[in-house]
Design a protein around this ligand. Structure first.
Ligand SMILES: O=C(O)C1=C[C@@H](OP(=O)(O)O)[C@@H](O)[C@H](O)C1
Ligand SMILES: C=C(OP(=O)(O)O)C(=O)O
Length: 430
């Protein structure tokens, strides 16, 4: 299905990271928390279900709205096995919360999540006094034993990870003394900002977060910004498809999320930020993206954590650029929902693009993109990235295994088709 230039306005759904945290802190707070702009994705719904199963009343008065009746830090009830679906964020943050409870829990996930490394949260949580068992060298399911007395630790993260930082801060709510997390590179600080918004004393600056156990959370109103990571597919598509001019209103512009903007601009992209403002304590802006020819660059390693989920989309921009784009220092991509370096390299090669894979990145030679068949490996971001690549391909691109797009971006196909993508969903039997 050939597409055309991307035109008009696209409103992408709420931020996944903020939505997970809003449900969690709302559940642990005293009082009623209203969440506006909640992501109706499978990942964040799994987190909401987990807390409902632990006795928290969560109402959905409208689309993307949630009303959470908080039970306080000590009001959760044991639910046995909790299925986190496809969500690394859900499982790792829940491990921190559950380590502080009086009851035992088991955290499970789908095939992709069951293969993801959890030792990165288990080890520091054990240092805090938690008892957690895993299978197969730190993989899910996680058996989190309750009734353990936690103590604060001062922990330097070996890898930059907002999920690990957040798990430790959440466990720190239940710990005796001070929990401090130091990062090798600053990562998204939504947990810190939101704890503060819920009235919990927390000290933080880029690369550092610290709190004392024993305080409480007060319910509040949460306004979730549009997810920059979802906007990224449209930003790249409008940049690479000639004749495009696309508006993306109220996109979350947290500085720890917008590394892709810096990289695309360095490649020659035309992306203008209008009306930068603050919404619910988060920076947002309306983006205007126009087609621009790109040239390959070497992506500075310092920008990697600020665009960790945007590499699949960047690889497509690189395939459309003139010259070579080099990514290094991004080995974390190998332990996401899929091995994203391998998945992108294999997929781009299937479309005739030359890619040199490295353990911690890849070099992509921009040029012609052909039609072909893509295995998305059940990874939402791989599937959506190839939907963008397909807009430039000179033949049909068929993308397999796409149901997980709904984990982070329900309605992607309709929204994309409405903006001008040549894209349609076919059932596996069709
Ligand atoms: O804290 C979060 O909400 C997230 C942190 C990142 O993971 P890591 O902490 O593993 O880098 C990111 O890839 C994920 O999509 C969401
Ligand atoms: C890595 C991601 O999410 P998670 O770790 O929550 O599965 C992602 O959304 O790209």
């Amino acid at each position: 299905m050939p597409g055309g230039p991307l035109q008009g306005e696209v409103r992408v759904p709420g931020d996944k990271s903020v939505s997970h945290r809003a449900v969690m802190l709302g559940a642990l707070a005293e009082g009623t928390t209203h969440i506006h702009g909640f992501l109706e994705g499978e990942d964040t719904r799994a987190t909401a279900r987990a807390f409902e199963r632990m006795g928290v009343r969560i109402e959905a008065p409208g689309d993307a709205e949630r009303v959470v009746q908080g039970v306080g830090l000590h009001g959760l009830q044991g639910a046995g096995t909790i299925d986190c679906g496809n969500a690394g964020t859900g499982m790792r943050l829940l491990a921190g919360v559950l380590a502080g409870q009086a009851f035992d829990s088991v955290l499970t996930g789908d095939t992709s999540l069951s293969a993801r490394p959890m030792a990165r949260v288990i080890e520091p949580l054990q240092r805090m006094g938690a008892r957690i068992e895993s299978s197969d060298g730190g993989r899910p399911p996680l058996h989190v034993h309750g009734g353990q007395a936690l103590r604060g630790i001062d922990y330097a993260l070996p890898v930059a990870s907002a999920q690990v930082k957040s798990a430790l801060l959440l466990a720190g709510l239940y710990a005796n003394g001070t929990t401090t997390v130091r990062e090798p590179h600053p990562t998204r600080d939504y947990s810190e900002r939101m704890l503060e918004a819920f009235g919990y004393p927390v000290r933080f600056e880029p690369g550092y977060a610290s709190l004392d156990g024993g305080h409480s959370l007060r319910a509040t109103e949460v306004y979730v910004p549009a997810d920059f990571s979802s906007a990224a597919f449209f930003i790249v598509a409008a940049t690479v498809v000639p004749g495009s001019e696309l508006r993306l209103p109220a996109v979350g512009m947290n500085p720890r999320r917008i590394g892709l903007l810096h990289v695309l601009r360095a490649m020659g992209a035309d992306i203008v930020e209008h009306d930068p403002r603050t919404s619910g304590g988060e920076p947002v802006a309306d983006l205007l993206v126009r087609y621009a020819p790109l040239r390959g660059i070497e992506v500075p390693e310092a920008w990697v954590p600020d665009m960790i989920d945007e590499f699949p989309a960047l690889f497509v921009a690189a395939a459309a650029a003139r010259g070579r784009t080099v990514v290094r220092g991004a080995s974390e991509l190998r332990v996401k929902e899929s091995d994203r370096i391998a998945a992108m390299a294999q997929g781009l090669r299937a479309l005739g693009v030359s890619v040199d894979e490295a353990p911690d990145g890849a070099a992509i030679e921009g040029g012609r993109i052909q039609g072909g068949r893509i295995d998305s490996r059940g990874d939402h971001r791989i599937a959506m990235s190839f939907a963008v690549a397909a807009q430039l391909a000179d033949g049909e691109v068929e993308i397999d295994d796409v149901v997980n797009v709904a984990t982070s971006f329900p309605g992607f196909v309709d929204l994309a088709a409405g903006a001008g993508f040549g894209l349609r969903e076919v059932s596996p039997a069709a």
